[in-house]
Ligand binder design. Structure first.
Ligand SMILES: NC(=O)c1ccc[n+]([C@@H]2O[C@H](COP(=O)([O-])OP(=O)(O)OC[C@H]3O[C@@H](n4cnc5c(N)ncnc54)[C@H](O)[C@@H]3O)[C@@H](O)[C@H]2O)c1
Length: 312
């Protein structure tokens, strides 16, 4: 008999709560909202509020707040936000020391309790955290992916749409590379309803938009003192849905590279196809010489961070 899918959310903070709300609204499956014992009340309170939210809105998903890994056992999808977010003035890389330890513990438990899950990592610094997740769990690369590209592309699309004076629905854009200051907004593949964006927006404006995209997370941290959470949660749910419904979406995501794009043993944002088998394919696209140079610099920055993590 088919059973309901189970989605374990590790971290019941700002993004975790919004993930639970979206997963329930979409009826993707039953949700387990996990946090550390100190935050059990928060996880349980959010879960109860969200189940009541479903009663008001007319959708039905079980949502359980917990601090026990046993409740996460057998999850089909695990989304990890455990860790600390940035404060104003911090870079994502400043979080490496503290979040790496947290991810190691989380990964051990995922390995023990959720051995068949599709794992989406959100915690920062993203590329180093998802690398660690794969290393500790030993899961195949198809089942360990990092969320960043969908969010960064969303930001890029918004700024392009506002500049062009068109609906964001008509803008397609891609952001590759590491999820940090070196990320690569790929202008050569940006289109507005199929029209290359360079035909519609002046070069200096495009440059400013690319820069604003790179700083898109920091802009929000500066405004509200902590990281964004609505758009990050929506981006991760898009990836989870692609897996659970075998949608075969082509999305930018941090994937484990084993020679693709000329990089080995590295996680970085590239276009991938997500379907029922997880990251089913890494898609190789041609880049301009300029973009290729930026991607190389981004890969070097990610490598440096991963190497720093290996010493901790
Ligand atoms: N990848 C991206 O694009 C992206 C975007 C925004 C934020 N982030 C990152 O996502 C992470 C979460 O952000 P947030 O705003 O939800 O933070 P938050 O502080 O609101 O929530 C994090 C939660 O993790 C919990 N936690 C800590 N250790 C844990 C453990 N061992 N097991 C389970 N839970 C644990 C905390 O108690 C807290 O409730 C941060 O690292 C942030 O930088 C990533």
């Amino acid at each position: 008999m088919p059973r309901r899918k189970k989605i374990a959310l590790i971290g019941a903070g700002n993004i975790g709560g919004e993930l639970a709300a979206l997963a329930a609204r979409d009826e993707l499956g039953d949700v387990v909202l996990f946090d550390i014992p100190d935050k059990l009340g928060l996880a349980q309170g959010k879960a109860l509020d969200l189940e009541q939210n479903g009663a008001v809105l007319g959708h039905d998903a079980g949502i359980k707040g917990t601090a026990s890994w046993d409740d996460c056992a057998g999850a089909d999808v695990v989304i990890v936000t455990a860790g600390v977010p940035r404060k104003p003035g911090m870079s994502r890389d400043d979080l490496l020391g503290i979040n790496l330890k947290i991810i190691r513990g989380v990964a051990e438990n995922i390995k023990a309790k959720c051995k068949d899950a599709f794992v989406i990592v959100i915690s920062n610094p993203l590329d180093a955290m998802v690398y660690e997740m794969k290393k500790v769990t030993g899961f195949p690369r198809e089942r360990v992916v990092g969320m960043a590209g969908v969010l960064d592309a969303g930001r890029f699309q918004l700024f392009l749409a506002r500049e062009a004076g068109v609906s964001v629905k008509d803008v397609r854009a891609m952001v590759l590379g590491g999820h940090g200051d070196t990320m690569v907004p790929v202008l050569s593949y940006c289109t507005i309803d199929g029209v290359p964006v360079r035909q519609l927006i002046a070069a200096d404006k495009l440059q400013a938009i690319a820069d604003r995209t790179r700083n898109g997370g920091g802009e929000i941290v500066k405004l509200m003192g902590t990281s964004a959470y609505y758009a990050p949660a929506s981006a991760a749910i898009q990836m989870a849905r692609a897996f659970l419904r075998d949608e075969k979406r082509l999305l930018p995501a941090a994937a484990y590279l084993d020679g693709e794009y000329g990089y080995k043993d590295l996680y970085m944002g590239v276009p991938v196809v997500i379907g029922g088998a997880g990251v089913e394919r890494i898609v190789t696209i041609e880049l301009s010489a300029d973009e290729r140079g930026m991607l190389d610099r981004s890969a070097a920055a990610v490598r440096e961070l991963i190497d720093a993590g290996k010493k901790l």
